[in-house]
Design a protein around this ligand. Structure first.
Ligand code: SF4
Ligand code: SF4
Length: 197
């Protein structure tokens, strides 16, 4: 794509009328009022007809919920595989990759020699939703879920999430998993996990 340069004229002289900001404030208020009237009319039509007519993104939360795009990064979630076990092998890569150091893991070994996290703790009050834990994970075991509700607390100690709170069934995370697979596939960084994985 060609790069275009926009020249800004810094020597522009404004008239006294323009320097009063009245024309620009009036223009802004007209746009605000236009959206208000259109949205109000849309809401009235919706109440009468039951069909959505609003043209702008205002929603009436909590009665209405926003449509979450597939690439949205909500609270990090640990993936629970179909067999009920976590996919995490406690390698610690996410812990190292996390910029605010909000993950801490204690690893262990099952009788069959498989590694797993005995405990996995994530401090939600420090998480910046950057997704680097997801990028670092070689097992698709931690992904950014679409969980955006109830992430705030008055007491920060209630935002320390343990393993059981973070575990989500894999089927609930499919949309996000598809997004990251496509992203890494396009960047030639993704290979389809084999049966052994
Ligand atoms: S999203 Fe970023 S800040 Fe949050 S746990 Fe993952 S790496 Fe850490
Ligand atoms: S990078 Fe993945 S497999 Fe490794 S500890 Fe983190 S969640 Fe578990």
């Amino acid at each position: 794509m060609a790069i275009t340069v926009k020249k800004v004229d810094r020597n522009v002289t404004m008239t006294l009328w323009e320097r009063s900001y009245i024309p620009e404030m009036t223009r802004g208020m007209i746009i605000t009022m236009k959206h208000f009237v259109v949205n109000l009319a849309g809401l009235a039509l919706e109440v009468v007809g039951g069909k959505r007519h609003r043209k702008i993104m205002t929603i009436y939360y909590p009665e209405e919920n926003p449509v979450i795009p597939p690439a949205y990064r909500g609270r990090p979630a640990l993936v629970r595989a179909e067999n009920g076990q976590e996919k995490c092998v406690a390698c610690g890569l996410c812990e190292v990759a996390c910029p605010p150091r909000c993950i801490s893991i204690v690893g262990g070994e099952r009788e069959n020699g498989e590694r797993y996290p005995v405990s996995y703790t994530l401090d939600g009050s420090r998480c910046i939703f950057c997704g680097l834990c997801e990028e670092a994970c070689p097992k698709e075991a931690i992904v950014m879920s679409h969980d955006w509700k109830n992430l705030c607390e008055h007491d920060r100690s209630k935002m320390i999430y343990d393993k059981e709170t973070l575990l989500y069934p894999e089927r609930n995370l499919k949309k996000r998993l598809n997004v990251i697979r496509e992203k890494y596939f396009n960047a030639k960084l993704y290979h389809k996990p084999s049966e052994k994985d």
